[in-house]
Write a protein that binds this ligand. Structure first.
Ligand code: SF4
Length: 459
């Protein structure tokens, strides 16, 4: 379904509150340390025993960077030194061997992303070693359906590496551009000229990368509508398949927050978001949701049109529901319906692997109510609608009874034109599409403040 844009600043301002991005449900803050490596072993085994096992996906986290950016709010980042990076790779390979032994070998990894941090702190030789290790212990899909992506720091990558990375088997690159507006760049001490970005994109196209993505941050000091508009004009000329906006988090601690009072006020950041959505959709991009855009022929936009767009631990995906393996310090896996997160701090990650254990730190095993709510939230965030009959069939409930308090709570949002409550479905309107996680929060049992009302209704 293509969605027209509908940006109403007053409406957006009224409902814009901090809300989870729902790459996991329940959110990470609810993960607990009672979930252990033993639980993960059982989940992996159960996933193999499924009559039709799900496809496998994997995310590898490389928490290493060349330097600490001023705006960084990522936990557990260490600085690149040849020894530090080589040591991390050694442990990562140990974890891959342990994890690979858990999964049936007729389940190759079909979707792989390597992110961080700055994964290109690993040399081409080290990346080749990493991919070979994965291939040895899991198998990596080689066919046209494979999706193998790498996060790139455009400030620290040589043009010549594009061809090598393509030869290694990567077919999707994500450029962490962050800002192209010189004033915003000065604020975060990252200076990337548009000319350099053009060179990098040209080199990636020559190397035949199928999908290129660019990430930008909104809300940085000095960012102006004119600066953003110029940056987006330059970007749309390059036409990356995917563009992502991330709002600079004003709730997470970061050095930028401590040292700079010039961060944009929420209203100004919202106005930038609205202007960005309008400009990109006018240029032909499809807004998937959560500030993520795709060119209409990109797999994500096609999946959205076909009602098959999913949201998982890495954001939007066109891949069918997968068992998702998290590898590396702090990585999150989603296996057999439950979440598992590795130790975040490198010393803890290393100690567990030295003992021959999986480095699982914490997780969340979902009960029936969690699975139901996860299903509803994923449908809202992916398809933009929930068909009650589908949910009732999958979870054996009567939607209007089970979610009676939520449907009452949605009424004011319906009156404000954010959702449409039909007889058998809940739909996000174009305006609601811009606030989808705020709307999804109503179905989040830990945030929706509806439990007392539910208990009253049950009495
Ligand atoms: S490249 Fe990303 S992860 Fe690394 S320091 Fe900068 S913002 Fe943080």
């Amino acid at each position: 379904m293509d969605r027209p844009t509908s940006f109403d600043p007053a409406l957006l301002g009224k409902y814009d509150q901090p809300a989870p991005r729902y790459v996991t449900y329940p959110r990470r803050a609810r993960f607990c340390e009672a979930v252990s490596a033993a639980d993960y072993l059982q989940a992996a085994q159960a996933s193999n025993e499924d009559p039709i096992p799900k496809p496998l996906a994997a995310y590898i986290h490389v928490p290493i960077c060349h330097r600490r950016c001023r705006h960084c709010t990522v936990d557990g980042i260490v600085m690149h030194e040849p020894d530090t990076t080589a040591r991390y790779l050694t442990y990562l390979k140990r974890e891959i061997a342990l994890q690979g032994a858990l999964y049936d070998h007729d389940r190759p990894i079909e979707r792989l992303s390597i992110g961080g941090g700055t994964p290109t702190c690993l040399s081409d030789v080290q990346l080749a070693d990493l991919l070979n290790t994965l291939h040895r212990h899991f198998g990596l899909e080689k066919g046209p359906s494979r999706d193998v992506s790498l996060q790139i720091d455009p400030l620290n990558i040589a043009l010549e590496r594009m061809a090598t990375l393509a030869a290694l088997g990567f077919n999707r690159l994500n450029f962490g551009v962050r800002a192209l507006d010189p004033r915003a760049q000065r604020a975060i001490d990252r200076s990337l000229g548009v000319d350099r970005l053009v060179e990098l994109v040209d080199a990636a196209r020559r190397a035949r990368f199928q999908t290129l993505g660019v990430d930008l941050i909104l809300g940085l000091p000095g960012q102006s509508p004119q600066g953003l508009s110029a940056a987006l004009r330059a970007l749309t000329e390059l036409r990356p398949e995917r563009i992502g906006f991330y709002r600079h988090s004003q709730t997470q601690p970061g050095r930028l927050l401590a040292s700079d009072a010039g961060l944009l006020l929420r209203e100004a950041a919202l106005a930038l978001f609205g202007a960005g959505v309008t400009q990109l959709t006018a240029a032909g991009y499809v807004h998937l949701g959560m500030g993520q855009f795709a060119w209409p022929t990109d797999a994500l936009a096609v999946a959205q049109r076909n009602g098959k767009l999913l949201r998982d631990t890495e954001g939007y995906t066109a891949q069918a529901d997968a068992d998702h393996i998290g590898l590396g310090a702090g990585a999150i896996g989603h296996v057999n319906g439950n979440y598992y997160q590795n130790a975040l701090a490198l010393p803890r990650y290393y100690v567990r692997l030295d003992a021959g254990d999986l480095p699982i730190w914490r997780g969340f095993e979902l009960g029936a109510d969690d699975l139901l709510r996860q299903d509803v939230i994923r449908r809202l965030m992916g398809e933009g609608r929930v068909r009650f009959a589908d949910v009732e069939r999958r979870h054996r409930i009567v939607f209007r009874n089970y979610f009676a308090p939520e449907l009452v709570a949605l009424q004011p949002l319906a009156e404000d034109g954010l959702v449409e409550l039909q007889r058998g479905a809940l739909l996000l309107t174009p305006a609601g599409h811009l606030l989808m996680n705020r709307i999804a929060m109503i179905f989040d049992s830990s945030l929706n403040e509806l439990q007392p009302r539910r208990l009253q209704m049950l009495r």
